[in-house]
Ligand binder design. Structure first.
Ligand SMILES: NC(=O)c1ccc[n+]([C@@H]2O[C@H](COP(=O)([O-])OP(=O)(O)OC[C@H]3O[C@@H](n4cnc5c(N)ncnc54)[C@H](OP(=O)(O)O)[C@@H]3O)[C@@H](O)[C@H]2O)c1
Length: 419
């Protein structure tokens, strides 16, 4: 880990980041070379479902890409790790195509080439990129509509940390829960990527009271970030804790946990309140899939008849960015987020940065609930002296053959078909 307490993040069907069929060569940071007919790029590939060892750092070599209309080729400088990738590795995240597949849904980098009819981006632009998968690699080809120009002062790490966490938090709070001044919100996993984004966005509205659950060691940080009442859900009953302070409950619950916690959240709502269900973290207990936890989660799901819902005067919403196909909504939200960033109202908090070689350590950090903010993955090769004594990842070198390129193309076609 190149641990940085930085300055101070499901991408969409139909918007696959592709492995480029073009530019540079040689692993590392290879510039596009017009004369070369192949490119090679380091990529983190999920080779099967299971533990950390299922993600391999591979060097793919393939022909130079021919960018289609509306596509851009981006050299990725930093990528975001999401909880969804922990689930994806265990085979619990539907939007991720089946292995073998290059993982990664968000990143930031520099435009190295633009395809025909791309007018809103140019070579050299610093951009944030979004995809359903395929971003954890040195160079990606994405639709220009999925590349967003970054503010000058934004670092690549911040850029990579922003889209998924902040789009999710923004749309849940402002489009679904319709948060207003004077309201109260319960944010679970308040020290995580979405949690910190949601806290900052709540702070942009006057007098919002924030109840935030997190491990005790993270309370100081979340209070500094704007959480009014931190709650150690690991040692205390958070429902009781909320009721001690606000006997009538809260106006909004953001629920990334699922199972019995959705029921608890629903019960905690005041009349006219809303719960937004957006995750199922409770089904993850360790490195590998836990069928018992899955069964428990499904068994304890919130189940309501429409009549009961009507009589409760409450709203139940569901949000999943991975299934949101509204391109305009995503672009508009990104534009608003960039404005909020420029105004200093939001600032992604980077927990730590790991090189691609250390992806297992990055995932472990999140699995073991150590992160406060975003965990970042860096495509750049780790310098020799920085390398851990016992490498945790296998670097597999693929042959520089047409066959490798063909395989990647078939993968992309398969993924497109699945969509
Ligand atoms: N629907 C969507 O579009 C969408 C988009 C983004 C994220 N999400 C959901 O939002 C939640 C947070 O995601 P994120 O990417 O921002 O990650 P994150 O919050 O950084 O996740 C890591 C943190 O989650 C907490 N946690 C709770 N249950 C856990 C478990 N079973 N295993 C490990 N850690 C657990 C831990 O913090 P504590 O110290 O608090 O325990 C841990 O540090 C996830 O449920 C994710 O699926 C949904």
């Amino acid at each position: 880990m190149s641990g940085k307490d930085a300055p101070s993040e499901q991408p969409q069907p139909g918007q696959e980041a592709k492995t480029p069929e073009e530019p540079p060569a040689s692993p590392g940071n290879t510039p596009i070379n017009e004369e070369k007919t192949t490119i090679s790029c380091r990529a983190l590939v999920l080779t099967g479902y299971g533990g950390y060892d299922k993600i391999k750092l591979q060097v793919k070599t393939m022909p130079k890409p021919e960018l289609k209309s509306g596509e851009v080729l981006v050299r990725v400088k930093a990528c975001g790790l999401n909880f969804a990738e922990l689930m994806g590795r265990q085979g619990l995240y539907d939007p991720l195509p089946s292995p073998p597949v290059t993982m990664g849904m968000e990143g930031a980098g520099v435009v190295e080439a633009v395809g025909p009819e791309v007018e809103d981006k140019k070579v050299g632009d610093r951009v944030i990129v979004l995809g359903r998968s395929g971003i954890w690699q040195e160079v990606v080809v994405v639709s220009s509509s999925r590349a967003f120009v970054m503010p000058d002062q934004m670092s690549f790490e911040e850029g990579a940390a922003l889209p998924i966490n902040y789009i999710t938090a923004y749309l849940m709070l402002f489009e679904m829960a319709n948060i207003k001044p004077g309201k109260s919100v319960l944010i679970h996993i308040a020290a995580g990527g979405v949690g910190i984004a949601a806290t900052q966005l709540c702070r942009s509205v006057q007098d919002v009271t924030i109840f935030g659950t997190a491990s005790a060691s993270k309370h100081e940080t979340i209070v500094q970030g704007g959480v009014t009442h931190p709650i150690d859900y690991r040692t205390k009953d958070y429902v009781e804790e909320v009721r001690k302070i606000s006997p009538k409950g809260v106006d909004v619950v953001l629920d990334p946990l699922g199972g019995s916690d959705t029921q608890k959240g629903f019960n905690l709502l005041k009349p006219m309140g809303s719960i937004v269900v957006f995750g199922a973290a409770n089904c993850v207990t360790g490195q590998k899939r836990n069928l018992l936890a899955l069964a428990k989660l499904w068994y304890h799901q919130l189940s309501l008849s429409a009549l009961k819902l009507m009589q409760s005067n409450k709203a139940v919403c569901g949000f999943h960015l991975g299934y949101l196909k509204e391109e305009d909504l995503i672009s508009e939200t990104m534009a608003k987020l960039m404005e909020l960033y420029d105004q200093g109202k939001i600032r992604p908090k980077i927990d730590s940065s790991f090189h691609f070689e250390e992806v297992a350590d990055a995932m472990r950090r999140m699995h073991e609930r150590q992160n406060i903010g975003k965990v970042i993955l860096l495509p750049e090769t780790k310098k020799e002296e920085e390398k851990p004594k016992t490498p945790t990842e296998t670097v597999e070198k693929e042959e520089t053959t047409e066959a490798a390129a063909k395989k990647m193309k078939e993968e992309a076609t398969e993924e497109a078909k699945e969509e």
